[in-house]
Design a protein around this ligand. Structure first.
Ligand code: SF4
Ligand code: SF4
Ligand code: SF4
Length: 165
């Protein structure tokens, strides 16, 4: 490889990772956010008991698991002035949550139980005292384990970015 090629290779801008947008668990149609939230002052965020709803630049709400988790309290849906969030559409939060074995300290033989305690659904199983995994049968996708992990080893991603009615 020529010098110029090496330089280009090293300083090539990295492709931007797609942001995971986690919606409150009460919507039916993903596209309704872009339409209906434009004339709203982010009321759902004001009523979120856990203060995890963030209104993005496009005026639509997302859950930020770095701020905490969702208790499925219904308040965001009850106060939504449009039909975007409606308690009749209550569902499990649309994400896949898993422990990143590369980053998790316990998978590298350092004892850590930080994620276990906040998991009220007892969905994090250890193999003895190491190697935690999430039991997807029990996990409610609440997100409470995410922010407490000291090595940012709880990954989450959308299971469905294009849900339509
Ligand atoms: S259900 Fe409750 S805790 Fe969850 S996002 Fe809505 S207001 Fe917040
Ligand atoms: S309260 Fe309803 S309309 Fe307002 S930003 Fe939240 S989801 Fe959108
Ligand atoms: S997201 Fe799943 S594993 Fe994490 S605290 Fe909630 S129920 Fe437990």
């Amino acid at each position: 490889m020529e010098r110029r090629d090496i330089f280009t290779f090293l300083f090539k801008p990295k492709e931007k990772e797609k942001e995971t947008i986690v919606r409150p668990p009460y919507f039916l149609n993903q596209f309704s956010f872009n339409k209906e939230c434009q004339n709203c002052e982010g009321i759902c965020a004001n009523f979120c008991q856990e203060k995890i709803i963030v209104i993005m630049n496009d005026k639509t709400p997302k859950l930020d698991f770095n701020l905490g988790g969702c208790t499925y309290c219904d308040d965001c849906a009850i106060h939504c002035p449009t039909d975007v969030l409606n308690i009749e559409n209550k569902q499990t939060i649309e994400v896949e949550i898993e422990i990143n074995k590369e980053k998790c300290m316990s998978w590298h033989n350092t004892m850590c139980f930080s994620c276990k305690d906040p998991c009220l659904d007892d969905a994090i199983k250890f193999n003895g005292v190491f190697q935690p995994i999430i039991d997807i049968e029990k996990c409610t996708n609440c997100g409470f384990c995410v922010a407490v992990c000291p090595s940012s080893a709880i990954d989450f991603k959308n299971i469905n970015d294009t849900k339509t009615k």
